[in-house]
Write a protein that binds this ligand. Sequence first.
Ligand SMILES: NC(=O)c1ccc[n+]([C@@H]2O[C@H](COP(=O)([O-])OP(=O)(O)OC[C@H]3O[C@@H](n4cnc5c(N)ncnc54)[C@H](OP(=O)(O)O)[C@@H]3O)[C@@H](O)[C@H]2O)c1
Length: 296
Amino acid sequence: MKRTAVVTAGTGGIGLETALGLASAGFAVTVVGRNADRGARAVDRVNATRPAHPGRFRSADLASLDDVRLLADRIASDHAAAGEPLAVLVNNVGAMFADRQDRDGVEASFVVNHLSPYLLTELLLPTLTTGAPSRIVNVTSGAIGVAKRVFDAVEPPGGYYGFHWYGRAKLANLAYTLDLASRLDGTGVSVFAADPGGAATDMTSGTLTDPKIVSPALRLLWPLVRRKFERSTSGPASVAARPSIVAATDPALTGRTGAVIGAQTRPVAPFRAATDPRIAEAVRLLSERHAPLAAT
Ligand SMILES: NC(=O)c1ccc[n+]([C@@H]2O[C@H](COP(=O)([O-])OP(=O)(O)OC[C@H]3O[C@@H](n4cnc5c(N)ncnc54)[C@H](OP(=O)(O)O)[C@@H]3O)[C@@H](O)[C@H]2O)c1
């Protein structure tokens, strides 16, 4: 039977390599991005590999929660109409901003890295449950290590530092991922996080060169910090996509849920703060408040 996979931000970077891996594993892959030309080129790349099923592009700006709702609606109705199971959802979208921005009044990195994948996942749960056994893969980041662990508001107190704000949104998303895995245990929908390690992509080349993305304390060490960033993001996106591909396809993970697949493509211990039930509860309240399932 035809089994489908959706990869958000799948028209470039790690997402496109993930889509190529899933297509070669036999999935009918839909890539999501904002730009139709990039979407068409990504579909051409997938189809050039002569996959069992042609690739497809869906347009959405995943920084807009209204767009996320429309996208979920389209994916759900496509699957219902075709009677095809949605077997894999890879929430690969992520972004870091050098300067503070917001989207509809909410800080942008929290929207793109957490609220958007949260909302898409929640809206697609009925489709994923119908398609079970199915898998959700949320892409995480080592940047969670520098995150402030306070979640009583979308933004932590203090000045804006893009790398730390990005890490905190990824931490929120990892806490949600592990909590969702417990919630869905026994439904046939498995939930994994995948840590790509690092790769040279639009995201890393666009933001990791500006010292203002880190806190004043780290800025004092900027030459060292920058060298660490350069070293850790110098690899190819094709390698960084492997943890997501493994999380989505590895038969050894069948029947498992709640695992974090590390950069070496093996399960690793989750970052401690992401397993704290108080953080999961605070993230749940923020998510429900700022990303309601129906537009208000
Ligand atoms: N690269 C790294 O070193 C690294 C390390 C750790 C974690 N990660 C995580 O890995 C994931 C992929 O990262 P990447 O480095 O491949 O990112 P990237 O280079 O920015 O990814 C490019 C892709 O993202 C799409 N995209 C960007 N913003 C979008 C939006 N608002 N709506 C829809 N699509 C959007 C682009 O499509 P359009 O331009 O057509 O919209 C394109 O398909 C992210 O979750 C990131 O946080 C990356």
